[in-house]
Design a protein around this ligand. Sequence first.
Ligand code: GDP
Ligand code: MN
Length: 356
Amino acid sequence: MTSMFLREYEAKNLISSHGIRVPDGVVLHKTKKLPLVRYPVIVKSQVPTGGRGKAGGVRVAENKQQLLSITQALFSHPIEGHIPSSLLVEEQLEIERELYLSLSLNRSTAAIELVAHAHGGIEIESRDDFFTAQLDEREFSKVGESLAEIYSIENKAFLLSELVAILYQVFCKQDAILLEINPLVLTTSGDLVAADCKMIVDDDASFRHTDWSFEEMGKSSNYVVLNKNGAVATVANGAGLAMATVDTIQAAGLVPANFLDIGGNATTESITSCFERIVELPNVSAIIINIFGGIVRCDDVARAIIAARRQIPSLPKLYIRLAGTNAREARSILNDSGIKLYESIEEAIEDAAQNG
Ligand code: GDP
Ligand code: MN
Protein backbone atom coordinates (compact mmCIF):
# COMPACT_ATOMS: atom_id res chain seq x y z
CA MET A 1 0.00 0.00 0.00
CA THR A 2 1.44 3.32 -0.97
CA SER A 3 0.09 6.48 0.51
CA MET A 4 -0.45 10.03 -0.63
CA PHE A 5 -0.41 12.96 1.78
CA LEU A 6 -2.90 15.62 0.73
CA ARG A 7 -2.18 19.30 1.16
CA GLU A 8 -4.20 20.86 3.95
CA TYR A 9 -6.31 22.95 1.54
CA GLU A 10 -7.12 19.87 -0.53
CA ALA A 11 -8.27 17.95 2.54
CA LYS A 12 -10.26 20.95 3.75
CA ASN A 13 -11.95 21.30 0.37
CA LEU A 14 -13.06 17.69 0.61
CA ILE A 15 -14.48 17.88 4.11
CA SER A 16 -16.04 21.31 3.68
CA SER A 17 -17.82 20.18 0.51
CA HIS A 18 -19.52 17.61 2.73
CA GLY A 19 -20.61 20.22 5.23
CA ILE A 20 -17.85 20.36 7.83
CA ARG A 21 -16.97 23.88 8.90
CA VAL A 22 -13.47 25.09 8.05
CA PRO A 23 -12.09 28.63 8.38
CA ASP A 24 -12.68 30.98 5.45
CA GLY A 25 -9.55 31.09 3.38
CA VAL A 26 -7.79 31.41 0.04
CA VAL A 27 -4.98 29.40 -1.51
CA LEU A 28 -2.05 31.55 -2.52
CA HIS A 29 0.25 30.39 -5.30
CA LYS A 30 3.73 31.71 -5.71
CA THR A 31 3.24 33.92 -8.71
CA LYS A 32 -0.14 35.29 -7.66
CA LYS A 33 -0.58 38.67 -6.06
CA LEU A 34 -1.73 38.99 -2.48
CA PRO A 35 -5.42 38.38 -1.89
CA LEU A 36 -7.71 40.97 -0.39
CA VAL A 37 -8.37 39.75 3.13
CA ARG A 38 -9.58 40.99 6.44
CA TYR A 39 -6.70 41.08 8.93
CA PRO A 40 -5.44 39.41 11.03
CA VAL A 41 -4.94 36.25 8.99
CA ILE A 42 -3.20 32.94 9.56
CA VAL A 43 -0.71 31.97 6.84
CA LYS A 44 0.03 28.26 6.54
CA SER A 45 2.68 26.48 4.51
CA GLN A 46 1.07 23.81 2.32
CA VAL A 47 3.60 21.03 2.64
CA PRO A 48 2.77 17.32 2.77
CA THR A 49 3.83 16.82 6.37
CA GLY A 50 2.57 17.58 9.87
CA GLY A 51 4.29 19.55 12.61
CA ARG A 52 4.29 22.77 10.62
CA GLY A 53 3.39 24.89 13.63
CA LYS A 54 6.55 23.84 15.47
CA ALA A 55 8.65 24.25 12.32
CA GLY A 56 7.57 27.86 11.79
CA GLY A 57 5.13 27.05 9.00
CA VAL A 58 2.04 28.63 10.62
CA ARG A 59 2.22 32.41 11.07
CA VAL A 60 -0.06 35.33 11.89
CA ALA A 61 -0.13 38.45 9.69
CA GLU A 62 -1.67 41.58 11.19
CA ASN A 63 -1.51 43.67 8.02
CA LYS A 64 -0.56 43.63 4.35
CA GLN A 65 3.08 44.43 5.06
CA GLN A 66 3.40 41.42 7.34
CA LEU A 67 1.49 39.20 4.93
CA LEU A 68 3.99 40.13 2.22
CA SER A 69 7.05 39.35 4.30
CA ILE A 70 5.55 36.17 5.76
CA THR A 71 4.56 34.80 2.36
CA GLN A 72 8.05 35.49 1.02
CA ALA A 73 9.61 33.78 4.02
CA LEU A 74 7.33 30.73 3.88
CA PHE A 75 7.83 30.16 0.17
CA SER A 76 11.55 29.70 0.74
CA HIS A 77 11.31 27.88 4.08
CA PRO A 78 11.59 24.09 3.70
CA ILE A 79 9.74 21.95 6.22
CA GLU A 80 11.19 18.48 6.48
CA GLY A 81 12.72 19.07 3.07
CA HIS A 82 9.49 20.25 1.44
CA ILE A 83 9.26 23.72 -0.07
CA PRO A 84 5.60 24.70 -0.45
CA SER A 85 4.24 25.60 -3.85
CA SER A 86 1.21 27.18 -2.19
CA LEU A 87 0.15 28.79 1.07
CA LEU A 88 -3.23 28.84 2.74
CA VAL A 89 -4.33 32.25 4.02
CA GLU A 90 -7.17 31.96 6.50
CA GLU A 91 -9.29 33.99 8.84
CA GLN A 92 -7.93 33.85 12.36
CA LEU A 93 -10.22 31.93 14.65
CA GLU A 94 -10.98 33.00 18.17
CA ILE A 95 -10.05 29.84 19.97
CA GLU A 96 -11.72 28.77 23.22
CA ARG A 97 -10.26 25.26 23.15
CA GLU A 98 -8.33 22.99 20.78
CA LEU A 99 -9.64 19.42 20.52
CA TYR A 100 -8.25 16.36 18.77
CA LEU A 101 -10.19 13.99 16.52
CA SER A 102 -9.00 11.45 13.98
CA LEU A 103 -10.17 8.48 11.96
CA SER A 104 -7.63 5.93 10.84
CA LEU A 105 -7.50 2.53 9.30
CA ASN A 106 -6.56 -0.12 11.82
CA ARG A 107 -4.97 -2.86 9.78
CA SER A 108 -5.04 -5.54 12.45
CA THR A 109 -8.76 -5.19 13.14
CA ALA A 110 -9.58 -4.14 9.55
CA ALA A 111 -11.77 -1.43 11.03
CA ILE A 112 -11.89 2.34 11.05
CA GLU A 113 -10.82 3.61 14.42
CA LEU A 114 -11.69 6.91 16.00
CA VAL A 115 -9.22 8.60 18.33
CA ALA A 116 -10.06 11.67 20.41
CA HIS A 117 -8.53 13.87 23.06
CA ALA A 118 -9.80 16.92 24.90
CA HIS A 119 -6.45 18.69 24.48
CA GLY A 120 -5.49 18.92 20.81
CA GLY A 121 -3.01 21.20 19.08
CA ILE A 122 0.69 21.04 18.48
CA GLU A 123 1.52 19.21 21.72
CA ILE A 124 -0.65 16.23 20.83
CA GLU A 125 2.31 13.83 20.64
CA SER A 126 3.07 14.33 24.31
CA ARG A 127 -0.46 13.42 25.46
CA ASP A 128 -1.73 10.12 26.72
CA ASP A 129 -5.18 8.84 27.74
CA PHE A 130 -6.58 8.96 24.26
CA PHE A 131 -10.17 7.88 23.79
CA THR A 132 -10.46 5.27 21.05
CA ALA A 133 -13.47 3.57 19.53
CA GLN A 134 -14.01 1.25 16.63
CA LEU A 135 -16.43 3.01 14.31
CA ASP A 136 -19.65 1.36 13.35
CA GLU A 137 -22.00 3.05 10.94
CA ARG A 138 -25.03 2.35 13.12
CA GLU A 139 -23.57 3.88 16.24
CA PHE A 140 -22.65 7.43 15.33
CA SER A 141 -25.06 8.83 17.90
CA LYS A 142 -23.39 6.84 20.66
CA VAL A 143 -19.97 8.07 19.54
CA GLY A 144 -21.34 11.62 19.49
CA GLU A 145 -22.38 11.29 23.13
CA SER A 146 -19.01 9.87 24.12
CA LEU A 147 -17.18 12.70 22.37
CA ALA A 148 -19.38 15.35 23.96
CA GLU A 149 -18.47 13.89 27.33
CA ILE A 150 -14.73 13.65 26.63
CA TYR A 151 -14.61 17.17 25.26
CA SER A 152 -16.94 18.44 28.06
CA ILE A 153 -19.36 20.00 25.60
CA GLU A 154 -22.48 18.02 26.49
CA ASN A 155 -24.81 20.21 24.43
CA LYS A 156 -22.99 19.26 21.23
CA ALA A 157 -23.52 15.48 21.15
CA PHE A 158 -25.71 15.64 18.07
CA LEU A 159 -23.36 17.97 16.20
CA LEU A 160 -20.43 15.72 17.06
CA SER A 161 -22.23 12.60 15.87
CA GLU A 162 -22.96 14.37 12.59
CA LEU A 163 -19.34 15.44 12.33
CA VAL A 164 -18.15 11.86 12.78
CA ALA A 165 -20.72 10.56 10.30
CA ILE A 166 -19.45 12.98 7.65
CA LEU A 167 -15.80 12.22 8.36
CA TYR A 168 -16.59 8.51 8.12
CA GLN A 169 -18.29 9.02 4.79
CA VAL A 170 -15.39 11.05 3.38
CA PHE A 171 -12.91 8.52 4.78
CA CYS A 172 -14.57 5.60 3.00
CA LYS A 173 -15.35 7.43 -0.21
CA GLN A 174 -11.77 8.67 -0.60
CA ASP A 175 -10.04 5.41 0.39
CA ALA A 176 -8.34 7.23 3.25
CA ILE A 177 -5.81 5.77 5.64
CA LEU A 178 -5.88 8.76 7.99
CA LEU A 179 -8.23 11.70 8.38
CA GLU A 180 -7.18 13.89 11.28
CA ILE A 181 -8.65 17.14 12.55
CA ASN A 182 -6.12 18.75 14.87
CA PRO A 183 -7.09 21.10 16.19
CA LEU A 184 -10.84 20.81 16.03
CA VAL A 185 -11.46 24.28 17.40
CA LEU A 186 -14.22 25.23 19.78
CA THR A 187 -14.50 28.95 19.12
CA THR A 188 -15.34 31.56 21.72
CA SER A 189 -18.76 31.80 20.13
CA GLY A 190 -19.32 28.07 20.60
CA ASP A 191 -18.82 26.77 17.07
CA LEU A 192 -16.83 23.71 16.07
CA VAL A 193 -14.41 24.44 13.23
CA ALA A 194 -11.81 22.17 11.62
CA ALA A 195 -8.79 24.48 11.88
CA ASP A 196 -6.42 21.91 10.41
CA CYS A 197 -7.03 18.77 8.39
CA LYS A 198 -4.48 16.11 7.62
CA MET A 199 -5.50 13.43 5.20
CA ILE A 200 -3.60 10.48 3.79
CA VAL A 201 -5.21 8.40 1.07
CA ASP A 202 -4.33 5.01 -0.35
CA ASP A 203 -2.54 5.72 -3.61
CA ASP A 204 -3.14 2.15 -4.80
CA ALA A 205 -6.85 3.01 -5.00
CA SER A 206 -6.24 5.87 -7.44
CA PHE A 207 -7.67 3.83 -10.32
CA ARG A 208 -11.04 4.18 -8.60
CA HIS A 209 -10.73 7.96 -8.37
CA THR A 210 -10.87 9.75 -11.67
CA ASP A 211 -11.87 12.78 -9.57
CA TRP A 212 -8.50 12.91 -7.76
CA SER A 213 -6.13 15.66 -8.85
CA PHE A 214 -3.96 16.31 -5.83
CA GLU A 215 -0.67 18.23 -5.86
CA GLU A 216 1.21 15.11 -4.86
CA MET A 217 0.19 13.32 -8.05
CA GLY A 218 1.18 15.86 -10.71
CA LYS A 219 4.82 15.34 -10.21
CA SER A 220 5.98 11.83 -10.81
CA SER A 221 9.22 13.14 -9.44
CA ASN A 222 10.88 12.76 -6.15
CA TYR A 223 12.49 15.88 -4.71
CA VAL A 224 14.41 16.26 -1.48
CA VAL A 225 16.41 19.27 -0.33
CA LEU A 226 19.66 17.88 1.06
CA ASN A 227 21.37 21.14 1.89
CA LYS A 228 19.60 24.45 1.57
CA ASN A 229 22.95 26.20 1.05
CA GLY A 230 24.39 23.61 -1.32
CA ALA A 231 26.20 24.81 -4.44
CA VAL A 232 25.30 22.09 -6.92
CA ALA A 233 21.76 21.08 -7.83
CA THR A 234 20.97 17.73 -9.41
CA VAL A 235 18.39 16.35 -11.81
CA ALA A 236 18.42 12.67 -12.74
CA ASN A 237 16.02 9.97 -13.84
CA GLY A 238 15.64 6.89 -11.69
CA ALA A 239 16.23 6.83 -7.94
CA GLY A 240 19.45 4.85 -8.35
CA LEU A 241 20.98 7.25 -10.85
CA ALA A 242 19.80 10.23 -8.78
CA MET A 243 21.53 8.84 -5.69
CA ALA A 244 24.68 8.01 -7.64
CA THR A 245 24.72 11.57 -9.00
CA VAL A 246 24.49 13.06 -5.50
CA ASP A 247 27.23 10.70 -4.27
CA THR A 248 29.57 11.52 -7.15
CA ILE A 249 29.16 15.26 -6.51
CA GLN A 250 29.89 14.77 -2.84
CA ALA A 251 32.92 12.58 -3.63
CA ALA A 252 34.26 15.40 -5.81
CA GLY A 253 34.26 17.66 -2.75
CA LEU A 254 31.20 19.72 -3.74
CA VAL A 255 28.01 20.21 -1.75
CA PRO A 256 24.90 18.76 -3.42
CA ALA A 257 21.83 20.88 -2.68
CA ASN A 258 19.15 18.38 -3.58
CA PHE A 259 18.13 14.94 -4.72
CA LEU A 260 15.74 14.88 -7.66
CA ASP A 261 14.43 11.87 -9.54
CA ILE A 262 12.18 12.99 -12.39
CA GLY A 263 11.27 9.40 -13.22
CA GLY A 264 10.18 8.64 -16.77
CA ASN A 265 8.66 12.06 -17.08
CA ALA A 266 11.29 14.26 -18.72
CA THR A 267 8.91 16.71 -20.39
CA THR A 268 9.31 20.46 -20.74
CA GLU A 269 6.71 20.88 -18.03
CA SER A 270 8.31 18.55 -15.51
CA ILE A 271 11.80 19.92 -16.17
CA THR A 272 10.50 23.48 -15.82
CA SER A 273 8.98 22.64 -12.46
CA CYS A 274 12.28 21.03 -11.39
CA PHE A 275 14.14 24.19 -12.39
CA GLU A 276 11.61 26.32 -10.50
CA ARG A 277 12.38 24.39 -7.34
CA ILE A 278 16.11 24.57 -7.89
CA VAL A 279 16.19 28.36 -8.32
CA GLU A 280 14.58 28.60 -4.88
CA LEU A 281 17.85 27.31 -3.41
CA PRO A 282 19.91 30.46 -2.81
CA ASN A 283 23.50 29.26 -3.37
CA VAL A 284 23.21 26.97 -6.35
CA SER A 285 25.72 27.93 -9.07
CA ALA A 286 25.54 24.78 -11.21
CA ILE A 287 22.90 22.24 -12.18
CA ILE A 288 24.11 18.75 -13.00
CA ILE A 289 21.69 16.84 -15.21
CA ASN A 290 22.26 13.10 -15.47
CA ILE A 291 19.75 11.27 -17.64
CA PHE A 292 19.84 7.78 -19.02
CA GLY A 293 17.63 7.50 -22.08
CA GLY A 294 16.13 4.05 -21.96
CA ILE A 295 12.45 4.61 -22.50
CA VAL A 296 12.75 8.38 -22.76
CA ARG A 297 14.69 9.57 -25.79
CA CYS A 298 17.68 11.83 -25.19
CA ASP A 299 16.76 14.19 -28.03
CA ASP A 300 13.31 14.73 -26.48
CA VAL A 301 14.97 15.41 -23.14
CA ALA A 302 17.39 17.86 -24.77
CA ARG A 303 14.53 19.80 -26.39
CA ALA A 304 12.63 19.83 -23.10
CA ILE A 305 15.68 21.16 -21.25
CA ILE A 306 16.18 23.96 -23.76
CA ALA A 307 12.51 24.94 -23.68
CA ALA A 308 12.48 24.86 -19.88
CA ARG A 309 15.67 26.94 -19.67
CA ARG A 310 14.06 29.61 -21.80
CA GLN A 311 11.28 30.00 -19.23
CA ILE A 312 13.60 30.61 -16.30
CA PRO A 313 15.97 33.50 -16.97
CA SER A 314 17.89 33.24 -13.68
CA LEU A 315 18.82 29.61 -14.20
CA PRO A 316 22.33 28.60 -13.07
CA LYS A 317 24.65 27.02 -15.64
CA LEU A 318 23.74 23.52 -16.84
CA TYR A 319 26.18 20.60 -16.97
CA ILE A 320 24.50 17.81 -18.86
CA ARG A 321 25.25 14.16 -19.33
CA LEU A 322 22.77 12.25 -21.44
CA ALA A 323 23.35 8.67 -22.49
CA GLY A 324 21.28 6.10 -24.34
CA THR A 325 18.66 6.35 -27.06
CA ASN A 326 19.26 9.19 -29.55
CA ALA A 327 22.15 10.67 -27.57
CA ARG A 328 23.80 11.84 -30.77
CA GLU A 329 20.77 13.89 -31.84
CA ALA A 330 20.63 15.29 -28.32
CA ARG A 331 24.24 16.43 -28.62
CA SER A 332 23.62 18.44 -31.78
CA ILE A 333 20.42 19.96 -30.37
CA LEU A 334 22.26 21.09 -27.23
CA ASN A 335 25.29 22.30 -29.19
CA ASP A 336 23.01 24.47 -31.30
CA SER A 337 21.94 26.19 -28.08
CA GLY A 338 25.51 26.53 -26.89
CA ILE A 339 25.31 23.80 -24.27
CA LYS A 340 28.01 21.17 -24.02
CA LEU A 341 27.03 17.53 -23.63
CA TYR A 342 29.40 15.56 -21.42
CA GLU A 343 30.36 11.93 -21.99
CA SER A 344 30.58 11.15 -18.31
CA ILE A 345 29.13 12.55 -15.12
CA GLU A 346 32.64 12.92 -13.67
CA GLU A 347 33.66 15.28 -16.48
CA ALA A 348 30.49 17.33 -16.02
CA ILE A 349 31.14 17.66 -12.29
CA GLU A 350 34.78 18.55 -12.85
CA ASP A 351 33.81 21.43 -15.13
CA ALA A 352 31.13 22.56 -12.67
CA ALA A 353 33.74 22.60 -9.90
CA GLN A 354 36.13 24.72 -11.97
CA ASN A 355 33.52 27.27 -12.97
CA GLY A 356 31.84 27.52 -9.55
P1 GDP B 1 0.34 21.75 12.25
O1 GDP B 1 1.36 22.20 13.27
O2 GDP B 1 0.98 21.35 10.96
O3 GDP B 1 -0.55 20.68 12.78
O4 GDP B 1 -0.54 23.06 11.92
P2 GDP B 1 -1.96 23.55 12.49
O5 GDP B 1 -2.77 24.01 11.38
O6 GDP B 1 -2.57 22.52 13.37
O7 GDP B 1 -1.58 24.83 13.35
C1 GDP B 1 -0.79 24.75 14.52
C2 GDP B 1 -1.34 25.63 15.61
O8 GDP B 1 -1.50 26.96 15.15
C3 GDP B 1 -2.73 25.23 16.09
O9 GDP B 1 -2.70 24.19 17.01
C4 GDP B 1 -3.23 26.54 16.70
O10 GDP B 1 -2.75 26.66 18.02
C5 GDP B 1 -2.57 27.58 15.83
N1 GDP B 1 -3.59 28.07 14.89
C6 GDP B 1 -3.94 27.54 13.69
N2 GDP B 1 -4.97 28.24 13.15
C7 GDP B 1 -5.29 29.21 14.03
C8 GDP B 1 -6.27 30.27 14.08
O11 GDP B 1 -7.06 30.46 13.17
N3 GDP B 1 -6.26 31.07 15.16
C9 GDP B 1 -5.38 30.92 16.19
N4 GDP B 1 -5.42 31.74 17.23
N5 GDP B 1 -4.47 29.96 16.19
C10 GDP B 1 -4.40 29.10 15.13
MN1 MN C 1 -2.49 20.44 13.10
